[in-house]
Ligand binder design. Structure first.
Ligand code: FES
Length: 275
């Protein structure tokens, strides 16, 4: 296989291609269903580089929306997590209910059509094994890959920001095969009685967030140990990023080669389907 070019780890053009051809079409892990325990709970972050959020509705269903106000395209939510009874855009006050419908607009900013015809842009969000999976483009990948999370309850999330392209992060974790990789953005591993689902969240072409979702049916997780492990992984990923961006070949382990092959093959297939 021809290896990915150094630019694939450092240039925004490649990231835009991956957003369009890979992330928009795959089921991506969004978070834990337990993060949205009650009506009005929301989680706001990115899915494959796009700003999105999920909120539990008054009917108990979890829905996903692009974090874009239908008035002038500003973000409707700014906090990463929280609780709300309605979703009010802070810019001009357009307000949506928990199912995304526009329900209020100030007189000075009237909607251009009847309010009931306006709603936030939704994307598909499903629950599987205690995790939430989102897909931005309908009708592409079949369904989320099962992750076999087990019966543990959601306890906490540990977030770590990494200055590296998402492929460097995945490659550095794959180079140590002690964790199970679930294509394309989850690693599963156990630490004592705690099962960790680690989301790899691409934010920009050079920034990636690790979100360790911790589940347990026994003792409370040792958060400090999980944080310390994530910090060590961050350093490894950033070191690999520097090497790859400078033109070094990717890690030679078979699982790393297969990962790079699949990234390129999936992007090429999507490119071919759209030309
Ligand atoms: S952009 Fe949201 S109310 Fe104007």
């Amino acid at each position: 296989m021809t290896d990915l070019a150094p630019e694939a780890y450092a240039q925004s053009d490649y990231f835009q291609r991956e957003k369009r051809s890979l992330f928009a079409r795959e089921w991506l892990c969004f978070g834990a269903a337990g993060q949205l325990a009650a009506a009005g709970d929301f989680v706001n972050h990115t899915l494959g580089g796009w700003p999105v959020f999920a909120v539990r509705g008054a009917d108990g269903a979890v829905r996903g929306f692009r974090n874009i106000c239908r008035h002038q395209g500003m973000p409707v939510l700014d906090k990463p997590t929280g609780q709300c009874s309605e979703i009010r855009c802070r810019f001009h006050g357009w307000t949506y209910d928990l199912s995304g419908r526009l329900i209020k607009a100030p007189d000075q900013y009237p909607p251009p059509q009847p309010m009931e015809q306006i709603g936030l842009d939704a994307f598909e969000l499903v629950e599987g094994d205690g995790l939430l999976f989102g897909r931005l483009e309908p009708g592409t990948a079949d369904r989320p890959t099962p992750v076999a999370l087990g019966a543990g309850r959601y306890e906490a999330a540990v977030t770590t920001d990494v200055d590296a392209n998402w492929k460097s992060v995945v490659s550095s974790l794959l180079a140590e095969p002690a964790r199970l990789f679930v294509w394309p953005n989850v690693f599963m591993f156990d630490r004592g009685e705690v099962r960790v689902a680690r989301q790899i969240v691409p934010r920009t072409f050079s920034r990636t967030r690790l979100i360790d979702l911790l589940f347990t049916s026994g003792a409370a997780p040792a958060i400090a140990a999980i944080e310390s492990e994530a910090q060590a992984d961050k350093k490894k990923a950033e070191a690999l990023q520097a090497q790859l961006a400078a033109g070094a070949p990717g890690p030679d382990a078979p699982q790393c080669r297969e990962f790079r092959r699949r990234v390129e093959a999936d992007c090429a297939a999507a490119d071919a389907a759209t030309t």
